[in-house]
Design a protein around this ligand. Structure first.
Ligand code: C2E
Ligand code: CA
Ligand code: CA
Ligand code: CA
Length: 278
């Protein structure tokens, strides 16, 4: 709360129509959520397909509102983006995630964390300065931080986005394209971006190996990624049939309910301890 004054947001609604009522409540609640300590990070492990070795985790934001209950990020992130609150919330996520990752690093159990960045943070924010500052402040080794950017965003903001990605990459963090396959990026376009990893959207994984179209799409993405020297993470791996098929295609990494759901910190650490014992 040290900078409460600066963080007082100035959004006034002149006419509060019926349909904006719920939205207004959520925006107001969200504005107070950071200072009232209602936000939390959950962690979903990522592992190698070949041997289930856990090497990292995606950080997923949770909001427990006293008024609204547990609000899923698909509902509150768009409102945070429209209202500008995403900058404050995104900063909180980055700082909390890097602080935690640094604890694991210091404890001798380094784990790569993947943090979701909203497109608004890249276009309208000062995300390069922010990431540099958080790395300095926490002392986290930069290659333990990966930033996920959605494919749709990257395509929509070619020039500005690409320059920001290059500056982020220069800080030593790695970059992944999230929800890959949903945005029609071209091969030549991907080649120009400083990204290391593609995350295949879970909509293409769900019906593997029965759906012939999805099989074709996933194997094409694998071939393309291989020729560009990019790593691939499959998301939404829920059953062993998914895992087997992806392994056959040469996919190296996965994430999904088959491995674990996103977990609160204590449960995630217990999971890691169990995974290490084998
Ligand atoms: P995403 O980045 O695509 O995150 C993956 C989502 O898939 C998560 O939903 C996760 O819980 C879910 N998931 C993981 N494994 C499986 C599976 O095997 N099956 C199924 N059906 N789902 C699985 P979640 O946590 O509800 O997050 C939804 C979206 O909210 C995220 O999609 C991301 O776009 C956004 N989000 C979450 N946290 C943040 C954040 O800190 N910042 C930003 N900007 N966006 C966030
Ligand atoms: Ca993601
Ligand atoms: Ca995704
Ligand atoms: Ca998504």
């Amino acid at each position: 709360a040290k900078d409460r004054g600066r963080n007082t947001f100035q959004f006034y609604t002149t006419e509060l129509g019926e349909q904006t009522r719920e939205r207004f409540d959520m925006e107001g609640g969200l504005r107070r959520a950071v200072e009232r300590d209602e936000l939390a990070l959950h962690f979903q492990p990522q592992a190698r397909l070949a041997d289930d070795q856990v090497f990292g985790a995606e950080v997923l934001l949770r909001w427990h509102s006293p008024e609204l209950g547990m609000v899923p990020p698909d509902r509150f992130i768009p409102i945070a983006e429209d209202s500008g609150l995403i900058h404050r919330i995104g900063h909180w996520v980055l700082e909390a995630a890097c602080t935690q990752a640094r604890r694991w690093e210091v404890a001798g159990q380094p784990l790569r964390i993947s943090v979701n960045l909203s497109g608004a943070q890249i276009v309208h924010g000062d995300v390069v300065r922010e990431v540099r500052h958080v790395l300095q402040q926490t002392g986290l080794t930069p290659d333990l931080l990966e930033l996920e950017i959605t494919e749709g965003f990257v395509i929509g903001h070619a020039e500005r986005g690409a320059e920001t990605l290059r500056q982020l990459r220069a800080l030593g963090v790695s970059l992944a394209i999230d929800d890959f396959g949903t945005g029609y990026s071209s091969l030549s376009y991907l080649k120009r971006l400083p990204v290391q990893r593609l995350k295949i959207d879970r909509s293409f994984i769900r019906d593997l190996p029965d759906d012939a179209d999805d099989c074709a799409i996933v194997s094409t993405v694998m071939a393309m990624a291989h020729s560009l020297g990019l790593e691939v993470v499959a998301e939404g791996v829920e059953v062993q049939a998914h895992q087997r098929y992806l392994n056959e295609l040469g996919c190296q990494y996965y994430q999904g309910y088959l491995l674990s759901k996103p977990l609160p910190l204590a449960a995630f650490e217990a999971y890691l301890a169990g995974a290490q014992r084998g």
